[in-house]
Design a protein around this ligand. Structure first.
Ligand SMILES: Cc1cc2nc3c(=O)[nH]c(=O)nc-3n(C[C@H](O)[C@H](O)[C@H](O)COP(=O)(O)O)c2cc1C
Ligand SMILES: [Mn+2]
Length: 469
């Protein structure tokens, strides 16, 4: 398993999935290249160097885990597995993960270079303006924000975006007040105190994944990342904040969020492919110290127009799959998400009338921002959108097999909720639940398919795939 971001990049290179790019402009161009690359079938990872306006060595890595292969690699799962098998392996692994507390180490690579107080200058790092309408450079598009809960002392370390506003100021954007970071900051502010914070730009990919997981309050993302790796995350206390910081991090900020200090943040192109709001106030972090490794690598993960997504394996679908099993829904053979995470598909072998709808409603309940929820039979690969559409077009009679679930889980990022509705507190939408399974009552009489079964197609690929390349 890789030790840090650098070792991960070396593994990606070995898979021949890394492209090196020199001379690109951090204003729009790097974002543009990243988006075009992510839209290609092979979806390569990109390492930018000699970035326009910056010295050689100050690098930026994008599309880290955007392919199924590299998402598997980051999880320590065989990258040669087919996407649905890889997601299943992750779902199985996720069930048995045991939290691994981090360990303190006496030395930290991130301390190789430091800027303190007045010498802090965030302009030294190639923070991109990802999309043309963005409100400024975002150094943190996939960065980890570290805080300590004053109650209990546990460490939260998840992903919130970080915009640069000057030599020593950034903002941290919490999408809503329920984010652990928002709750923790509020606790300090209520006591009239600033909230100590550290930001890691260029983290271990296991932490990048852990930072995206919905973990319960009190459970540290460090422990989850350690569990993914099967080895504890090595941390070193930040000299200013005393917060434990991953020792192999590339670029680290330390500072605090003073009470009531905000700056207009954004706009920022979202994972829906839209801007969801104009600039709005976000908490300010005053950066008092910056550390970085020699030739530091910034991890960039801009949200992009679907189907591009930060993770080539739909991790939230793995959670839905696990939830279905936990609820006792049998015979689920797969779950997947398309259109980034805006469409959920579950495949199952129907055992009784109502089985498919039972699964659909559980999946719909857990589908954040997804207007489309589909259930297909087990002969359909839920990871293959064309196959899913084939099932919808041939097995679903809309007058009988679709339902609309109203007032369901979405968010203020939803482009189809009007500003007026958002202003009166609406952040829900309706979900179209499509039962694209053959009707259970005449399952056996449904016209047989002419196509190869999934197993037959695999066998053909194994025997003849080389000739077809
Ligand atoms: C690349 C990326 C960027 C994200 N940006 C934000 C963000 O700016 N604000 C936010 O609240 N959540 C953001 N998220 C989602 C949160 O990281 C995620 O929901 C996480 O579980 C929240 O952690 P928490 O439960 O500790 O608050 C982002 C996720 C990813 C993968
Ligand atoms: Mn958390």
């Amino acid at each position: 398993m890789y030790k840090d971001l650098r070792e991960f990049i070396a593994l990606v290179d070995k898979l021949n999935a890394l492209r090196r790019i020199e001379g690109a402009d951090p204003r729009y161009e790097i974002g543009g290249i990243t988006e075009v690359a992510a839209g290609r079938p092979e979806c390569p990872a990109l390492l930018f160097d000699t970035i326009k306006g910056f010295p050689r060595g100050f690098r930026l890595f994008t599309n880290a885990t955007t392919s199924p292969q590299r998402a598997a690699l980051a999880l320590g799962i065989d990258p040669a597995l087919r996407p649905l098998d890889a997601l299943k392996a992750w779902m199985e692994k996720r069930k048995t993960l045991r939290p691994q507390p981090p360990v303190a180490v006496p030395k930290a690579a991130f301390l190789q270079n430091a800027m303190q107080d007045d010498a802090v200058d965030l302009g030294r790092f190639p923070a991109p303006i990802w999309h043309r309408g963005d409100g400024g450079p975002f150094i943190g598009s996939g960065s980890i924000v570290i805080m300590r809960d004053p109650d209990g002392g546990w460490i939260n370390a998840s992903i919130y975006r970080v915009q640069v506003h000057g030599r020593n100021k950034v903002t941290v954007q919490f999408d809503h007040a329920g984010r652990h970071g928002a709750i923790i900051a509020q606790k300090y502010w209520q006591q009239g105190k600033p909230c100590p914070v550290a930001v890691v730009n260029g983290e271990d990919p296991a932490l990048f994944i852990a930072g995206f997981e919905y973990l319960p309050s009190g459970q540290s993302e460090y422990e989850f990342a350690g569990a993914i790796k099967g080895a504890p995350i090595e941390v070193h206390d930040g000299p200013r904040t005393g917060l434990p910081i991953p020792a192999h991090a590339e670029i680290v900020f330390e500072g605090e969020l003073p009470p009531a200090a905000t700056l207009p943040e954004g706009p920022f192109g979202e994972f829906t492919g839209y801007y969801s709001s104009a600039a709005r106030p976000a908490p300010v972090m005053e950066v008092t110290a910056v550390y970085h490794r020699d030739d530091p690598i910034l991890l960039g993960s801009p949200p992009m127009k679907p189907p591009r997504f930060h993770f080539g394996l739909p991790f939230r679908a793995a959670t839905i799959w696990q939830n279905l099993e936990a609820a006792g829904v049998s015979d689920v053979v797969g779950a997947w998400q398309h259109v980034s995470q805006l469409m959920t598909v579950v495949a199952l072998r129907q055992r009784y009338d109502g089985h498919a709808k039972r699964a659909a409603l559980i999946a719909a309940a857990h589908s954040y921002m997804a207007r489309l929820v589909v259930v297909v039979d087990d002969d359909v690969d839920p990871a293959n959108l064309a196959d899913v559409m084939w099932a919808i077009a041939t097995r679903c009679e809309p007058s009988e097999q679709v339902d609309i679930v109203r007032n369901a889980w979405s968010s203020a990022l939803d482009p189809r909720i009007s500003d007026a509705d958002k202003a009166r507190g609406v952040s829900s939408h309706s979900k179209l639940v499509i039962d694209a399974c053959r009707p259970f009552s005449w399952l056996e009489k449904f016209p047989p398919t002419s196509t190869l079964s999934l197993e037959e197609a695999r066998a053909v690929e194994e025997k003849w795939g080389g000739v077809l390349k």
